[in-house]
Design a protein around this ligand. Structure first.
Ligand code: GLN
Ligand code: ZN
Length: 753
């Protein structure tokens, strides 16, 4: 085994969208034909160079390079390793690359899914043998460019073979697949060794998944093979602890192992089992998944504990910094005490260095850490503690988490609708004109009253269309909302917003998650005005429309000094008041969306129960105030329910609407097989496609549902909200949907009489 190289600090990857979202803009210009290939690469390399320079200036010893991507890093590794599905093989270059990422007429893109428990989406490799030839030339060229700037500090980041396989769709025999991979990785490492890199990072986050032990022998044979190249390997894991795999992972023939000390129980594992003294321990202690500065006393205590156990430590972020924005210094509007405890990628580099210096006993650091302690003190003094919220949390009673009557009895009191009632998920097209209204309001070009009048005109139009289409349960259309989380967060005390805090969600798409910094409280009704406007225009029921507590939490940067459960409960209390106000305003149905509930599941199944218990409780706390006659809906799209159906049932929503058209009835079947007893809104219209689905197609989907669930349990709706679609698509699609329901209604009636 090759010895670890020295170097006290390291990074595992950096944001790639560009400090001012240069990559996003370049990609969009390229796709629209306004930018040529050379300009796109030029922008990309400029971002990459800047990333390297910043890390160099911060004094990082081992700078991860080669993680930059035009769209997605997993896609890049698929291409390098020759994993190209047949439908893309006739294409070349960027045409092939973007076809795999985004699809082309007649050629569906690779499937996209969440990267572990983050909000980043990667493209799922589809492996079929034989592979296409491997080609690492772009990666090797990047490494050489990096070496020219960073010298021996440049450390290539390679996606590990077992993580790649674990996250792929593949068929065939794992042994022969891995044998093929071994050859390809050996040739890559050999080429890197020839470039004189001092070490390579191989990222294997799949090691933290609950099923890692099933792959133990494959990890062992893979790393035996790769070790023979003689290039020191830093085996990198993150997002959770190694769990029961710890004892054998630390014995793999590599020079160093990186662990995440911000999540899970790696510290305990190191204390229990020790750590091989001849290996480097990469200590991922600066949180790469959240925006808070380190709390110096906590992290130093961890580092000192580790130092007493094993000699070769390296301080680093817990994962790639791609999950946080670039630079907090771009923010000009945050309250001072909050600003001083925030740390984005650039600030986190500084923290890595500070901690390494503190370990070495560098004197100047002591003063810096003292300043940091004071900044935290100032933050705690400032951060709004709301005594009323605290008192409510203290006094919660079991009955607060339950509707007053069980579902079967509530159902009898709830609105009577035709069989297979039709509805939508909430949003209707957000046209450029609607978005422009908000820009004008912000610039002061229109008054609040003018803005609201324009929104109301949209609501009126939307109600009129829905009545013409013949839907049974209407919505107001969500025209006033920028985003389903931001809209609520902006009206709640305890949330802060950045101007430039973008993080990549996928490809060119970025999100700007709000930051929870104090007790969350509702200061006034948030949705009642628009609801009233809509309901006043129709005799059909209009659904009140809220974003659920768990989704609000999972799509924000939460506090780390307060449990996620407590933060979810605080949001739930605010929503509970909103539910009561909507009811008082005449809402007979209220939908509480929880699309992010499933994705918040911990990586390790043994922690699911705990999460699902408080997550479902938070939902029940928000909904529990509703009177029996008020029908509570929830919506969860693009989720798998198979293994969590008991918890979905425990939400105790009267109606659950799901995406189903894309999964070809899979989602519905999971619900049926799980024995779900409440009503299900069956998604029959794929809202991600501009295509208008035919009535017949939707009839077929519904019939499949009717074969397994009684008609009384089924609603008819699109898969998700319609805000990204155009009116010209939505109106005919919904007309067809209503026609499909009506057609089946006749049959259902016929059958029961
Ligand atoms: N009510 C939201 C909408 O219709 C739900 C969006 C979602 O599930 N992501 O847009
Ligand atoms: Zn949805």
């Amino acid at each position: 085994m090759t010895q670890a190289t020295s170097g006290l600090t390291a990074t595992l990857g950096y944001p790639r969208i560009g400090k001012h979202r240069e990559l996003k803009k370049a990609l969009e210009a390229f796709w629209q034909g306004q930018f040529d290939e050379a300009s796109l690469y030029q922008t990309a390399q400029a971002i990459e160079l800047q990333n390297w320079q910043v890390q160099l200036a911060a004094g990082i010893d081992r700078i991860g390079v080669g993680d930059f991507s035009l769209y997605d890093g997993v896609l890049d590794w698929s291409l390098r390793l020759g994993i190209v599905p047949e439908r893309f093989q006739h294409l070349t270059g960027l045409a092939r690359y973007f076809a795999m990422a985004r699809g082309q007429t007649g050629i569906p893109a690779l499937e996209m899914t969440k990267w572990f428990d983050t909000n980043y989406h990667y493209l799922v490799p589809e492996i079929t043998m034989p592979l296409q030839p491997a080609d690492f030339s772009d990666f090797l060229a990047t490494v050489q460019r990096a070496q020219a700037v960073l010298g021996e500090r440049a450390v290539p980041i390679v996606l590990g073979p077992l993580t790649l396989v674990r996250l792929s769709r593949w068929t065939g025999d794992l042994v022969s697949l891995l044998t093929e991979f071994h050859n390809r990785y050996v040739s890559l490492l050999t080429a890197l060794k020839r470039l004189n890199v001092v070490e390579v990072q191989i990222h294997e986050p799949a090691l933290v998944l609950g099923d890692a032990h099933q792959y133990q022998s494959f990890y062992q044979s893979t790393y035996q093979t790769l070790a023979q190249v003689g290039l020191p390997i830093q085996l990198v894991t993150y997002f959770d602890d190694l769990g029961s795999a710890y004892p054998w992972v630390v014995e793999l023939p590599v020079a160093g192992i990186s662990l995440d000390f911000t999540r899970g129980r790696n510290l305990e594992l190191v204390q229990t089992y020790g750590f091989p003294s001849n290996k480097q321990l990469g200590v991922g202690i600066v949180d790469a998944r959240n925006v808070w500065k380190i709390r110096p006393d906590e992290v130093l205590a961890t580092l000192k504990t580790l130092q007493a156990i094993t000699p070769h430590l390296r301080v680093q972020p817990s994962a790639s910094l791609q999950f946080v924005p670039y630079d907090v210094r771009l923010e000009t509007k945050l309250p001072e005490p909050l600003y001083h405890v925030l740390s984005f990628a650039e600030q986190k580099l500084r923290e890595v260095r500070q901690l390494a210096q503190a370990l070495q006993g560098v004197a100047e650091v002591a003063a810096e850490l003292e300043t940091l302690r004071q900044q935290w003190q100032a933050f705690y003094a400032f951060s709004p503690v709301n005594p009323a919220v605290q008192a409510r949390l203290q006094n919660l009673q079991p009955s607060d988490f339950s509707r007053p009557l069980p579902y079967e009895q509530r159902k009898l009191q709830q609105p009577v609708l035709p069989p297979l009632p039709t509805t939508t998920i909430g949003s209707f097209p957000q046209t450029p004109e609607v978005r422009q209204l908000r820009v004008k309001l912000k610039r002061g070009e229109i008054t609040k009253a003018e803005y609201e009048a324009a929104i109301d005109a949209e609501i009126a139009k939307c109600i009129r269309y829905q009545e013409e289409i013949g839907l049974d349960v209407l919505v107001h259309g969500e025209f006033e909302r920028t985003d389903m989380v931001e809209f609520f967060a902006q009206q709640l005390a305890g949330f802060a917003f950045t101007e430039h805090g973008w993080v990549q969600s996928y490809g060119s798409r970025c999100v700007r998650p709000p930051i929870i910094y104090g007790d969350i409280a509702r200061t006034q009704p948030m949705t009642v005005r628009e609801f009233r406007v809509a309901q006043s225009l129709t005799s059909k029921p209009v659904k009140g429309m809220l974003t659920g507590p768990v989704t609000m939490l999972n799509w924000s940067f939460p506090r780390t000094d307060i449990s996620r459960k407590e933060q979810a409960f605080q949001i739930a209390l605010a929503l509970r008041d909103e539910v009561a106000d909507l009811e008082a305003a005449g809402a007979r149905m209220i939908q509480i969306d929880e699309p992010a509930l499933r994705e918040g599941l911990p990586l390790k199944p043994e922690r699911w129960e705990e999460y699902l218990t408080w997550a479902v409780d938070a939902f029940r706390l928000a909904a529990g105030v509703a009177r029996p006659e008020t029908q509570i809906h929830t919506h969860m799209c693009y989720s798998e329910f198979g293994d969590i159906i008991a918890h979905i049932q425990r939400l105790d929503a009267d109606v659950l609407s799901i995406e189903n058209s894309r999964s070809n009835n899979q989602t519905l079947m999971q619900i049926v097989e799980g024995g779900y007893t409440h009503q299900v809104g069956n998604g029959v219209y794929d809202v991600h496609s501009p295509a208008v689905p035919a009535t017949e197609q939707m009839v077929q989907l519904l019939q499949a549902g009717l074969a397994h669930l009684p008609a009384e349990q089924i609603w008819v709706n699109p898969d998700c909200g319609l805000k990204t679609r155009r009116w010209e698509e939505v109106i005919p699609a919904l007309k067809n949907m209503v026609a499909a329901a009506q057609q089946l209604r006749a049959q259902v009636h016929g059958a029961s009489h």
